[in-house]
Design a protein around this ligand. Structure first.
Ligand code: FES
Length: 161
């Protein structure tokens, strides 16, 4: 689908403001994409184009970075991105049961987003908290020692808002 002028204009000012904070330094591209993505947990085509324009670098470079790192997504994601660790320590301490509990509670599979765009389920590699495996990260918050019962408790706190 072609990008429209209106879509480009709707994100132009916000992207330019973010890029100007970092003085359009290419070294800061990762941080710039992080900040641009903060609103929706994903990067739209219009945002990628405006980042390239504001930084005066090729769109292919911006797109390459946005698709290389798992912390960015060019596909729409939910307000809350649930990253479930699938590395060995989490795997052997029950990550599969935790995954099933999230999938059943949310009615989606790994890699999918709920229809109300509230939750997205994704795999991640080690979160660096193997001592409390199995672990997940929801946006910036880490949860450890998870069980299927604790998954319900965690989700309940997000369903309150
Ligand atoms: S292996 Fe899951 S947090 Fe390290």
């Amino acid at each position: 689908m072609a990008i429209t002028k209106e879509q480009l204009e709707s994100v132009e000012e916000r992207v330019q403001n973010i890029v100007s904070v970092y003085e359009a330094k290419e070294d800061c591209l990762l941080q710039i994409l992080h900040d641009v993505q903060a609103d929706n947990n994903s990067l739209s085509e219009a945002e990628l184009i405006q980042v390239a324009r504001a930084m005066d670098i090729p769109l292919s470079r911006v797109y390459g970075v946005a698709t290389f790192y798992s912390m960015y997504s060019v596909r729409p994601r939910g307000k809350y991105v649930i990253r479930i660790c699938e590395s060995a320590p989490c795997h052997i301490t029950g990550a599969q049961a935790v995954i099933r509990a999230f999938e059943q509670s949310l009615g989606i599979k790994m890699g999918e987003t709920t229809e109300d765009r509230k939750f997205t389920l994704e795999y991640t590699s080690c979160l660096g908290v193997c001592g409390v495996a199995p672990a997940v990260m929801i946006n910036e918050q880490v949860y450890g020692n998870l069980t299927p019962a604790k998954v319900q408790e965690v989700l309940a706190t997000y369903n309150e808002d």
